[in-house]
Design a protein. Structure first.
Length: 350
């Protein structure tokens, strides 16, 4: 990260309409920073001047300012006086950051396999850390049709079964889900581990093969394509060789990789080997917004967020994934976020 030229940024930082949501997200980061894990994470952090104590004090002061500032102008004046901005160098060394969105899907599932519910999500194998490298691929673990897991190293690790193979795959992409079970109960599942392969976008593969136009790539269009061509699931899903394992979670919002909840609109996922876990950040990016007529427009947005998660495709200083919520509407929004912007971190002056 580099010290940012802040003159043009401070006037864009405004108080959110929902102050309580931002303050709750800050509190979750403070919960993480109080843990031994946070002490270990920051002991190895590559920027010496960014310490756990400095991030902790910055969050406490920011929460106070969000709660008590009488206006945007007063808020901005306090930030300008007390804080320093650090800009991510981005993917090009000049601050360009590629943004995507993610969400918590809500799907139907069964606690037992049936003729309809055939596609499992799997628990983390207890011997995963000792699996020989290279790990088995997705094709080797579940077969081309997604139904061969019971005949290999995943046998007996089934956590829950889904009716749609694509939905089971999308839970792996998002890393969590809320499942409405056929017995009337609700189950939350969260990320518990993965095989050591890079993430491969099946949407990008469809574009490369001319199946979907570049400017029409979105999650709704991807789902529509596979609904019309279900036979192509056997071809495209195995191209993402990475496989995700799950654990049963608790009720409430999904958990990020810092083991604290993520908050819709206020939590981001970044590469935690490079960017400060739990810290407050400001995103500057054009986000999709639906009009009252149902059309989508691009709205330039600057927003304070918390760096509370990571993801398989979120590598390097030029990638950010914004958590946008749960359910189909959130999925529609998340699938439309695919653009570049800037990313800044706010820390109290040393």
């Amino acid at each position: 990260m580099t010290r940012a030229t802040a003159a043009a940024v401070w006037p864009t930082l405004v108080l959110p309409e929902d102050r309580q949501a931002l303050m709750q997200a800050i509190s979750y980061s403070l919960d993480y920073l109080a843990t031994p894990r946070a002490a270990a994470d920051y002991q190895n952090y590559p920027v010496p001047e960014i310490t756990r104590d400095r991030v902790w004090r910055s969050l406490q002061r920011l929460r106070q300012l969000v709660a008590t500032s009488s206006s945007d102008r007063a808020f901005q004046a306090a930030l300008r006086q007390e804080f320093v901005l650090y800009e991510s160098v981005g993917s090009d060394g000049e601050g360009t950051v590629d943004y995507t969105g993610y969400f918590e899907p809500q799907y139907r599932a069964s606690a037992l396999p049936t003729a309809e519910y055939r596609y499992p999500l799997y628990r983390r194998p207890p011997t995963l850390d000792s699996w020989p490298q290279p790990h088995p691929t997705r094709l080797e673990l579940e077969g081309a049709d997604g139904l061969a897991g019971s005949r290999g190293p995943l046998a007996g690790l089934e956590l829950v079964w889904m009716a749609s193979r694509l939905e089971a795959f999308l839970v792996q992409v998002q890393g969590s889900a809320k499942l409405q079970l056929t017995n009337g109960q609700t189950m939350s599942v969260g990320y518990a581990g993965r095989t050591e392969y890079p993430y491969t976008s099946i949407g990008r593969a469809l574009v490369n093969d001319g199946k979907i136009a570049e400017d029409e790539l979105s999650l709704p269009n991807l789902v529509t394509y596979f609904e019309a061509h279900p036979e192509d699931l056997d071809r495209y899903l195995p191209q993402n060789q990475r496989f995700i394992f799950f654990r049963e979670g608790r009720d409430g919002p999904p958990m990020g990789t810092l083991n604290v909840p993520v908050t819709a609109g206020y939590s981001i996922a970044t590469d935690k080997s490079l960017l400060p876990p739990g810290a407050i950040a400001a995103i500057q990016v054009a986000l999709p917004q639906q009009t009252s007529q149902g059309n989508w427009i691009s709205q330039p947005t600057t927003r304070l967020v918390l760096d509370q998660d990571t993801g398989g495709a979120i590598l390097g200083p030029g990638r950010v994934d914004l958590f946008v919520g749960s359910g189909p509407q959130a999925g529609d929004l998340a699938g439309r976020i695919n653009t570049s912007g800037q990313l800044y971190f706010l820390l109290l002056r040393p």
